[in-house]
Ligand binder design. Structure first.
Ligand SMILES: Cc1cc2nc3c(=O)[nH]c(=O)nc-3n(C[C@H](O)[C@H](O)[C@H](O)COP(=O)(O)OP(=O)(O)OC[C@H]3O[C@@H](n4cnc5c(N)ncnc54)[C@H](O)[C@@H]3O)c2cc1C
Ligand SMILES: NC(=O)c1ccc[n+]([C@@H]2O[C@H](COP(=O)([O-])OP(=O)(O)OC[C@H]3O[C@@H](n4cnc5c(N)ncnc54)[C@H](O)[C@@H]3O)[C@@H](O)[C@H]2O)c1
Length: 599
């Protein structure tokens, strides 16, 4: 086992290349204008699942028919020109799905064109099955941690698992949620057209399946949203055989458990799969091009993550190197051979022999074949579709292409499921003539390891740079999970949270959390950023005791802002009238000190 201690962080220009191939096959039969079974679906059931855009389906369905009548009229009347649809969305991942639901809510007549599978990456090959694997393997890790359980007076016997059973859980969950998504669209009257789509002009889309004359056609739309997502990016020199050298697409099937797995890339996918595999008994070696592990995370959080998620587990790592050549093996017979090259000097530095390799080096946009040239547009050198803040596609001269938008992984702004969905909603708002710009700094991100890591806004490194450049004082408040009663009751005191803010105004610049349920905890901070709440006001909010949410309460109360609370004048006015408002009533207990606090 070895460790290479990292030099100062160095940003990589390891841009993903244009995708050369998409999902393997397009097999679904023709289903143009699929509106059947609209009312058969139990909407309440769907909204409980974890797909971002499903919230709100229930209220959408209420006046569906009225809106559709309106929408059809609008489609004909708005420009004097007749369109088949108000909006056609190319791709039905969570981005396309979220946009479709919001468009129906706004009264538009909508079709989605799906080339592979409803739900796209997130539902079928991403968030959903990976979280099922993390849930099951996490349970195994927890139940095998005898010391942890014994500390709470719990004893367990031998804990075993069924690999195929865990794999089936992931597969079945993806399939259930895919069905829910499809039915939610059908229930709302969204037409699901099948085939790979290409642009035939600003307001025309052609779609079809190779070798199938019975499938496809051409539709016109007043507006078009491109939501074609991404596929795994595989660096040159790495042949994927799907058995010993694979991407997350294969890893999610959990077809076997290698004894020794090398993971190339220590980002989200690398970390989450190292959590799954080590819980199930595999040893892991990370190969990371940057000099430190988890280069995308706040440095301090990454250091603690390294202690909690790497040390103490059967994981070692090589940093500052790339896997320049990989030769696939044969499971149980011949190892995979990996040549490691120094990222800076390009010298060959080492050779590894392992049982399998997971390539987790980012995602490439799935945008070839779209025929952007029909719009006078083109992808950037990495294959992303250029857009402005309103998600409008830009042509090769940087001018807005009228009526065409691009959201989600295909534009590369923020490759997360809920970001894709939020961008879709934003694009629809703009289509409806209500100018909208999504504040990406308010979009939270989470890595679902055990414990979880989450953040919103900027890192401390970035905040320090902003403070220097803009001349404001940076405030930093920190707290530990060790000071939280609920975390201690669970014997889960490992973890910290950090708040970065402007001392002059109380504006939140970033929040970073590592610890139990960090992914759920981040939303109080992200929503505060989205709605422009200031710390001097938020610190009066009340949190139930004992809950993990008090970690955030500690952070907020540990902030020292120069500006007065907006609520203090409201409190005084209310007190004058003999009414004690909530903020005033809670001001006294607010004196609690954070477990760790810095200026
Ligand atoms: C292993 C893994 C785990 C992840 N976990 C998380 C997570 O926990 N949380 C999170 O926020 N994000 C996660 N992500 C990222 C998330 O999956 C993506 O950000 C999200 O799926 C992007 O959504 P999208 O709608 O832009 O694209 P996609 O989901 O990729 O959907 C695009 C769809 O368009 C279709 N398509 C492509 N081209 C065409 C065409 N020409 N015509 C018609 N259809 C076309 C594709 O077949 C696909 O179905 C994960 C990703 C991976 C790989
Ligand atoms: N929980 C989540 O939200 C979640 C989970 C999984 C994936 N995702 C999304 O999926 C996308 C892909 O995830 P990912 O982990 O593949 O990408 P990533 O960008 O998060 O991490 C890639 C890592 O690979 C390293 N790298 C790149 N090229 C390399 C090379 N040739 N050799 C060695 N190291 C190299 C990078 O330095 C980086 O650390 C991300 O954009 C992420 O947003 C999100």
């Amino acid at each position: 086992m070895f460790a290479i201690v990292g030099a100062p962080q160095q940003r990589l220009a390891l841009g993903a290349k244009q995708a050369t191939s998409g999902p393997a096959s397009f097999v679904r039969p023709a289903q143009a204008a699929t509106n059947a079974k609209r009312n058969a679906y139990n909407i309440a059931d769907a909204t409980q699942h974890c797909v971002p855009a499903l919230a709100g389906v229930r209220r959408s369905i209420v006046s569906r028919q009225t809106r559709q009548v309106r929408a059809a009229a609008a489609t004909q009347a708005s420009s004097g020109e007749k369109f088949d649809y108000d909006l056609v969305i190319i791709g039905c991942g969570v981005g396309g799905h979220g946009a479709a639901l919001h468009a129906v809510e706004c009264g538009l007549k909508v079709a989605v064109i799906e080339g592979h599978d409803v739900g796209g990456t997130c539902v079928n090959r991403g968030c959903v099955p990976s979280k099922a694997l993390l849930a099951a393997s996490g349970r195994v890790r927890e139940m095998r941690d005898k010391a942890h359980l014994a500390a709470m007076g719990v004893q367990v016997g031998a804990v075993d698992f069924d690999r195929q059973g865990i794999a089936n859980h992931a597969r079945d969950l993806a399939s259930t949620i895919q069905g829910n998504l499809r039915r939610s669209l059908e229930a709302l009257g969204v037409d699901i057209l099948v085939g790979a789509a290409k642009l035939a002009g600003n307001q025309r889309v052609r779609y079809g399946l190779p070798g199938r004359v019975d499938v496809g056609g051409e539709v016109s739309a007043r507006d078009i949203i491109i939501a074609t997502g991404s596929v795994p990016f595989v660096p040159p020199g790495i042949p994927i055989d799907g058995k010993t050298v694979f991407t997350s697409d294969h890893a999610l099937k959990l077809e076997w458990l290698p004894s020794w797995l090398a993971i190339i890339g220590s980002g989200y996918i690398g970390l989450e799969f190292s959590d799954v595999y080590t819980a199930l008994g595999t040893e892991v070696t990370f190969i990371e091009a940057v000099d430190n592990l988890m280069p995308g995370f706040d440095r301090e959080i990454a250091r603690l993550a390294q202690r909690l998620l790497i040390q103490g587990r059967p994981i070692d790592y090589h940093t500052g190197v790339i896997a320049s050549k990989v030769t696939p093996g044969v499971p149980g017979v011949k190892p995979v051979v990996i040549e490691l090259t120094d990222f800076k000097t390009k010298q060959l530095v080492d050779t590894l022999e392992v049982d399998a390799v997971l390539v987790a080096t980012g995602r490439a946009p799935y945008t070839n074949g779209l025929n952007l040239a029909a719009l006078g547009a083109a992808t950037d050198r990495r294959g992303f579709v250029p857009v402005n803040d309103k998600m409008q596609v830009l042509d090769t001269k940087g001018a807005v292409v009228p009526h065409v938008y691009c959201i989600g992984d295909a534009n590369g702004k923020y490759m997360l499921a809920h970001a894709a969905s939020a961008q879709g909603i934003s694009a629809v708002e703009n289509i409806c003539g209500r100018p909208h710009v999504l504040n990406h700094l308010s979009v939270p991100a989470a890595c679902f390891t055990h414990p979880e890591v989450s953040f919103v806004g900027v890192t401390q490194e970035k905040a320090e740079e902003m403070a220097r450049e803009q001349g404001f004082k940076l405030g930093i408040s920190k707290t530990s999970f060790k000071g939280n009663s609920k975390a201690l009751a669970e014997k889960e005191g490992d973890g910290m949270a950090k708040l970065l803010y402007r001392k002059d105004s109380g504006e939140i610049l970033g929040v970073h959390i590592i610890g139990l349920h960090a992914a759920d905890l981040i939303h109080e901070a992200s929503n505060a950023i989205a709605t422009g709440q200031r710390l001097q006001d938020i610190k009066f909010n009340v949190h139930a005791h004992p809950t993990l949410s008090e970690v955030l309460d500690e952070l907020f109360k540990g902030a020292h802002v120069d500006a007065p609370a907006a609520s203090s004048s409201a409190s005084a006015a209310a007190a004058d009238k003999g009414r004690a408002p909530a903020a005033a009533a809670t001001a006294a207990p607010a004196a609690k000190k954070p477990a760790v606090a810095a200026a």
